[in-house]
Design a protein. Structure first.
Length: 399
């Protein structure tokens, strides 16, 4: 039996360790990836999210919406005066526009991209830059470095244009551009090196919020790309089918929470190894009020040294009990009559009962020395013996 219990404990312990190991691996590898996916999302309230900036734009009365469809669904739209804002969770390198996107921009639309990877320079990580929107805080050393060939050309021809001339650079310093633009016919593409230009962490930097608001052009209808962060609208979910539901949930924080709760619940279930069943409430022990009352009265009488009161009260009660067994009723009769009938009925000597009646009479007249607890218990025991069932049985047999 002991060996079986030991094997069972080892099995439960092994399963619990495996579950904890899976939970740990999930927390270390999968959960951070899910968190990074939602960096830059307007649904996120984390420091890296854009929920505060989205609320700021709504408060300004700007026509801004979340776009939860593929970009192709927007770039095929022939409308003008549209702006698409894309905030990449991680800096994206080698960004190239598709022909369809360039055609859409040429109509007079705008694309703002935050998180375009550029080389790390010798610039300070935390810098402050003046702009038309106010002071802007930048926490990045990445800059778009000017083309060295163009630098040599400018040494010979100072007025030679470059990609980093004022007409293209929107924000930058001597190390390079932080924000720059590319004009495509009537449209425009704006590139930003940092993905955190107006993240929730910059709520106390109003210049950052205002600058991004100017970049997206408040006069346009603004779409924020949430498809990039794993969010899908109902139409896209319906098109995706059942298999994509799992991947969709896997890209949302709800799935992460439910999975963690499920693993923790499994650990507790295995640890306790109990079946589900009806809850059995704890029963409260019943209190015997009569017994509690008598114990309280006894404690008070003992403290007040009222042994005589007990002798008199209990003696009368025992005498009435004895009278009833003899057929004399519940009213106290004369001691002589009680002795006579008791002797006739039981055949026992008068001295046994006479001694008790005499002691009770002395107590009633306060002519008796107070009894100590042992003597009091002996007296009560004597009364109990006289009125016990044994005597009553003898009495009934005599009748």
């Amino acid at each position: 039996m002991t060996r079986a219990m030991t094997r069972k404990k080892w099995l439960i312990g092994t399963i619990a360790l495996l579950v904890l190991g899976l939970l740990l691996l999930f927390t270390i590898f999968i959960s951070p990836q899910q968190q990074r996916l939602h960096d830059g999302s307007t649904f996120s309230r984390q420091p890296s999210g854009y929920g505060a900036w989205y609320a700021f734009m709504q408060a300004q009365g700007v026509d801004i919406q979340r776009w939860q469809k593929p970009v192709e669904a927007l770039t095929t739209d022939q409308r003008t005066g549209l702006t698409l804002l894309q905030v990449y969770p991680q800096p994206i390198a080698n960004f190239d526009l598709e022909p369809e996107e360039r055609a859409w921009l040429a109509l007079g639309n705008k694309l703002v991209i935050l998180g375009v990877a550029q080389p790390v320079t010798e610039a300070e990580f935390l810098t402050t830059h003046p702009s038309a929107a106010g002071l802007v805080k930048i926490q990045s050393s990445r800059r778009r470095i000017p083309n060295p060939l163009m630098d040599r050309i400018r040494e010979v021809i100072p007025d030679a244009p470059s990609a980093d001339q004022p007409q293209d650079q929107i924000l930058g310093d001597r190390y390079g551009s932080i924000i720059w633009q590319e004009v495509i016919d009537q449209g425009q593409v704006i590139y930003v090196t940092t993905p955190y230009l107006a993240a929730n962490a910059y709520q106390k930097a109003p210049g950052n919020f205002q600058l991004l608001a100017q970049l997206v052009d408040p006069s346009h209808r603004i779409y924020v790309d949430e498809y990039l962060h794993g969010y899908r609208d109902r139409e896209e979910i319906a098109k995706s089918g059942v298999e994509d539901w799992v991947s969709y949930l896997g890209q949302t924080p709800v799935f992460v929470v439910f999975l963690q709760v499920g693993l923790i619940f499994l650990v507790f279930l295995v640890a306790y190894n109990q079946r589900f069943g009806q809850i059995i409430p704890l029963t409260t022990p019943k209190v015997n009020n009569s017994q509690a009352y008598m114990q309280a009265i006894a404690a008070v009488l003992e403290k007040a040294d009222c042994a005589d009161f007990l002798v008199e009260t209990i003696g009368k009660a025992e005498q009435i009990k004895l009278q009833k067994s003899l057929g004399l009723g519940s009213n106290l009769v004369a001691p002589e009559l009680l002795l006579q009938i008791w002797t006739e009925r039981t055949g026992r000597p008068k001295a046994e009962l006479a001694k008790l009646l005499q002691q009770q009479a002395l107590v009633s007249k306060n002519q008796h020395k107070s009894l100590k607890p042992p003597a009091l218990l002996a007296l009560l025991e004597k009364w109990r013996q006289l009125s016990s069932g044994e005597d009553t049985n003898n009495l009934n047999q005599r009748r």
